[in-house]
Design a protein around this ligand. Structure first.
Ligand SMILES: NC(=O)c1ccc[n+]([C@@H]2O[C@H](COP(=O)([O-])OP(=O)(O)OC[C@H]3O[C@@H](n4cnc5c(N)ncnc54)[C@H](OP(=O)(O)O)[C@@H]3O)[C@@H](O)[C@H]2O)c1
Length: 270
């Protein structure tokens, strides 16, 4: 496992996404991932699976302090008191005393951002979260978050078919991480001839090439979701090979603005 060290945090660079994992399938997936060696789990209030994620964590027997656990606050809970109460509810559902990272899930123009950020930092100061950050924040919104206090990451869609140059430059300038969600483009990378050809040179598959390309970018963390034990194992098996500069350039060259999670009201370049 590669770890990122920023702002006093140590973050395993590969985590397990849990969107759309529900009920016992979710608990089993989390338990299995931890048994395989994953030490970073991503959930959200909006995934309706926090209690199942917590159950998987407990069932795995892996000590709580060895797992980097992220949850995200629903935009409808962005008013000050509501954010704090909903975070308490998340901790209760997860069965933990704190999360390692608490994110604002998606900008909510109906609540003043500074009010929400104040509450988010209060949650951190009260010990509910070790670190805080944002998700789906454009460059200008990210700068407002940084002005309000330490921001560990902006979790955004990032895979070979969607570049994130502006946010990566901000991450470098302000010492934060970019967390890549949908890192294998929900399976779309599997058919890509360039990723397949590069993979063949290393005895790896296209999803592994996409993940390795992300992990070779020093500011990036990736959280592929996999319910299947085989896919979980495949995605973790990316630490024994390296893409050379030319291969890295070829994968960067696949960017074509393909966004799988969108909101027409958001200007992503802003
Ligand atoms: N902040 C946000 O707004 C936001 C938005 C979207 C996602 N996320 C987070 O990011 C995580 C990952 O993104 P995602 O779930 O959208 O997409 P993803 O991780 O790119 O793709 C997940 C899909 O790919 C399949 N898969 C995984 N590994 C594979 C492999 N090695 N070979 C073939 N297929 C494979 C999975 O199948 P199986 O499950 O059947 O194994 C699943 O159908 C989410 O779960 C969530 O935690 C955050």
């Amino acid at each position: 496992m590669i770890h990122r060290r920023v702002q006093g945090a140590t973050v395993p660079a590969l985590g397990l996404g849990t969107w759309e994992l529900r009920g016992d399938e979710c608990t089993r997936a989390v338990e299995h991932a931890l048994a395989l060696g994953y030490r970073h789990i991503d959930t959200a209030q909006g995934y309706d699976n926090e209690s199942e994620v917590g159950a998987g964590l407990r069932r795995s027997g892996v000590p709580r302090d060895e797992v980097f656990l992220t949850t995200k606050v629903r935009p409808r809970h962005f008013r000050h008191d509501d954010l704090l109460q909903s975070t308490e509810a998340s901790l209760a559902a997860l069965g933990v005393e704190h999360v390692d990272l608490l994110l604002l899930h998606w900008p909510n123009p109906e609540v003043p951002l500074e009010e929400t950020l104040l509450a988010l930092h209060e949650a951190r100061e009260r010990g509910m979260a070790r670190h805080v950050g944002v998700s789906n924040f454009t460059p200008s919104l990210l700068l407002r978050s940084l002005a309000a206090g330490p921001t560990l990451t902006d979790q955004v869609e990032y895979h070979p078919f969607l570049g994130q140059g502006k946010l990566l430059a901000l991450a470098e300038a302000h010492d934060l991480l970019i967390t890549a969600y949908s890192p294998i483009a929900r399976g779309r990378v599997l058919a890509d001839p360039t990723l397949r050809a590069i993979g063949e040179r290393h005895g790896k598959g296209p999803a592994q090439v996409a993940l390795r390309w992300l992990l070779q970018q020093p500011r990036v963390v990736a959280i592929p979701k996999a319910a299947s034990p085989d896919n979980q194992a495949t995605n973790l098996d990316v630490f024994d090979f390296e893409l050379d500069d030319e291969e890295m350039r070829r994968v960067f060259g696949l960017a074509r603005g393909e966004r799988l999670v969108d909101d027409p009201a958001v200007d992503w370049e802003d």
